[in-house]
Design a protein around this ligand. Structure first.
Ligand code: SF4
Length: 62
């Protein structure tokens, strides 16, 4: 799976960065960004939890 963060929707709550730092990190604008390539298999479940837990539904599977 691959994911992306809609920069217009992210409110920098930190949920995804805290729960899945292998995939999400802060960018220079203080928003979450996702790794560009495939999500490693061992963190797919954590990534799905981030998708479901994001308060603004900013994280999309692509
Ligand atoms: S959970 Fe959603 S709103 Fe919070 S930092 Fe991640 S992408 Fe942004």
């Amino acid at each position: 799976m691959r994911v992306t963060v809609d920069q217009d929707l992210c409110v920098s709550c930190g949920f995804c960065v805290d729960n899945c730092p292998e995939v999400f990190s802060w960018n220079d604008e203080g928003k979450s960004q996702a790794i560009a390539g495939e999500v490693p298999e061992d963190v797919e479940e954590a990534t799905r939890e981030c998708i479901e837990g994001c308060p603004t539904e900013a994280i999309k599977e692509i």
